[in-house]
Design a protein around this ligand. Sequence first.
Ligand code: NAD
Length: 270
Amino acid sequence: MEDLIAKAAGQLARSRYAVALTGAGMSTESGVPDFRGPNGVWTRNPDAERQAYESYYRFQRDPKAYWIERMTAVTWLKDMESARPNPGHHALAELEEMSILKSIVTQNIDNLHQKAGSKKVLDYHGNISLLRCYSCDTRYDPQQYELERMLAEDRLPPYCQKCNGVLKSDVVHFNEAIPPDVAKHSQEEVAGCDVMLICGTSAVVYPFAMLPRMAKQERAGRKTVIIEINAEATPLTAEGVSDYLIQGKTGTILPKVLEAVKQKRKAEGQ
Ligand code: NAD
């Protein structure tokens, strides 16, 4: 494993444009459960999976009922707001600070990359700490809406200040399309990268899972190095989409990769 860490560090140090794709495994060490790991939300409670698939239809059918349920139900999502970034998040933020990592495209909705200080984060599946207009995709800080008061005064759902469209959580529900701005920027990041780190994702949720496959396609003879860091092998490992897997916890491995990059830079006098 130490050989692979040194190899990844060398490839990152020499990279022109490195990006990271991240998933729920990044945040399990922050106490936020993933979906499909051994302690995953759906592994423990398969009914939660069925409910998750119904959220978007509930919103479309009856936005007021969706909002009342969202604000009164006790769900695992509430714990996310108090979660803190772990050493894996901090290592990625520091790699960006060093101008090595150019962006993160995350499936996570937990805002932990931003809390760790990462600046260029594309929230592919939205962000739990924002609201988004269903019609024009404008995002809002929920503080602007006094949602608790709206609930008490029976004034839900909230409406967009620009187009008067109904607001939902920014989180992309199952069967909901990826917001076009994020989808476009993510594809551009993938198309332009020469090194891709894929951290803590089972890579089975589409269209996100297309991104590593797009990177794999060689363009004009240029090859993108694809490195997976995950607790277990994934379809990307099995199908040879990733060049290699560094198997283990992101909270342990990413700080080691960061340290090895720093050593390389020091040795090269940078
Ligand atoms: P997933 O649950 O399908 O897969 C997580 C993967 O990470 C698994 O392969 C697991 O073995 C691995 N893993 C778990 N802990 C790890 C660790 N500490 N280090 C390295 N690997 C670890 O997650 P996914 O692929 O991101 O897809 C799930 C979907 O659910 C996503 O769309 C995401 O939006 C959503 N989700 C988000 C959060 C969050 O925001 N933190 C949490 C759960 C689910």
